[in-house]
Structures are given as C-alpha cells and as structure tokens.
Design a protein around this ligand. Structure first.
Ligand code: SF4
Length: 221
C-alpha cells in the first residue's frame, strides 16, 4: 500500500514538472519567434526608437543577442500577457484591429531617406467612421502616469496612422485608467527625434537599460 501511494506521488510530481516546463518553454519559444521576426535594419526607425536613447538603438542593431535575453524576463512576459488579453477583449467587443503596422518614408535634413515604422496595439472605427488608436501600457505602479514618453509615442502614432485621437490605457497594480491624446506629432518633430543624438534621452533610462553593462554613456549618479 505504501509502495502504491509513493508511486502516485512520484507520478504527480513528474506530471506537474512536465506541465510547468511545457508552458514556460512555449512562452519562451513564442517570444523568441516574435523577436526574430523583427530584425533591426539601419534605415528603419520604429516609433519606439523615437522616444528612447539613440545609443540604445545602435546597440540593439549591433548586439541583438543581448536584447534577446529580455524574452525570459517575467516582467516583460507579464506585460505581454496583459497586452494580448486586452487586445482580444477590445477586438471581440469593439471590433478593433489589433497590432496594426504602418510605415512612412521620411527625408532627413541631410537628404538621406529613412523609413519610420510603427505597430499600434489596436485601432477601432466608431459608428461615425472615426478611427481611434489604443495604446496599452502595463506597469508596477501608477506613479507619474501618463508618462511623457508614452504621450510622445501616441502623438507619433496619431501622425503615422492619421488618427484624430488615441486612448492611452494603463493597467497597474493600483490603478487601471485611460487618457485621451488628441495631439499629433509633425513631420518636423519626427525628423528632429531621428536626428537628436542626446544620450540618454531621459535621465532615468540607464537604470532600466540592458546595454548599461557595456555603454560608455551610462549615467551612474
Ligand atoms: S546605458 Fe544609458 S546612455 Fe547607454 S544606451 Fe543605455 S540608456 Fe543609452
């Protein structure tokens, strides 16, 4: 009898271990496939590049294997799941298009041509035919929201997708709330952001930057 009981305990542990490994491996695999799908190109600027340190973008092109380690980050996995959940709710209930991608050609002040690409979380079309963007943000806390670089990102989406307004929604541990952003970036602002070499772009960026392990511009104070 003791032998049979021990055998069942052993089987239960084995099955549990198998399930845990199966699901985490699936998450890692899907995240890796998604990462590898979006190979960085020198003449392509994603909207997210225009609101962050320009040196970080250069490191992402040069050392993609360092950024790849983010696929294992529990914080980013949680953010990803919140995005996917909310996107499917908005899609099922409001008929939204999700993860919509668009690009625009931009000529810089030195004549060089580059491409600005963006992928907004959702776009809904109202009964009046108005297209409204939705950008989802998840965070541990609601301190300082809406954050300026998130507002800037949505303003650039309004320019890229030709939207009259967008909703910036935050899902945090202590608040779920949303902000309407009606401002739209201009072509001049987009060019300025591509050419701006300030590094970092915001004083707090180095604290969260995966390239701080090798960056000579890291702010340490
Ligand atoms: S460590 Fe700071 S300056 Fe260096 S790439 Fe990262 S954000 Fe930019």
């Amino acid at each position: 009898m003791v032998y049979v009981y021990s055998y069942f305990i052993y089987c239960a542990y084995f099955i549990l271990d198998w399930v845990v490994v199966l699901i985490t491996e699936l998450l890692y695999r899907l995240r890796k496939e998604e990462f590898l799908k979006h190979k960085r190109e020198a003449n392509v600027y994603w909207v997210s590049d225009l609101i962050k340190c320009p040196i970080k973008r250069e490191f992402e092109i040069k050392y993609p294997e360092i950024a790849l380690t983010n696929i294992y980050s529990p914080y980013y996995i949680l953010g990803d799941l919140i995005h996917k959940g909310l996107e499917s709710i908005v899609s099922e209930n409001l008929g939204a298009q999700v993860e919509v991608e668009k690009s625009r050609d931009v000529q810089l002040s030195n004549g060089k041509k580059v491409v600005v690409k963006g992928r907004i979380d959702c776009i809904i079309t109202t009964e009046e035919g108005e297209k409204v963007g939705i950008e989802i943000k998840s965070a541990r806390a609601d301190i300082g929201i809406p954050q300026q670089h998130h507002i800037d990102q949505v303003k650039i989406y309004n320019w890229l997708f030709d939207l009259s307004r967008s909703i910036l929604i935050y899902v945090t541990y202590n608040r779920v709330t949303e902000y309407e952003i009606t401002e739209r970036a201009s072509m001049e602002e987009v060019i300025y952001r591509i050419e701006d070499r300030r590094a970092p772009r915001y004083p707090w960026e180095c604290n969260y930057c995966i390239y701080s392990i090798l960056c000579p511009y890291k702010i340490t104070k």
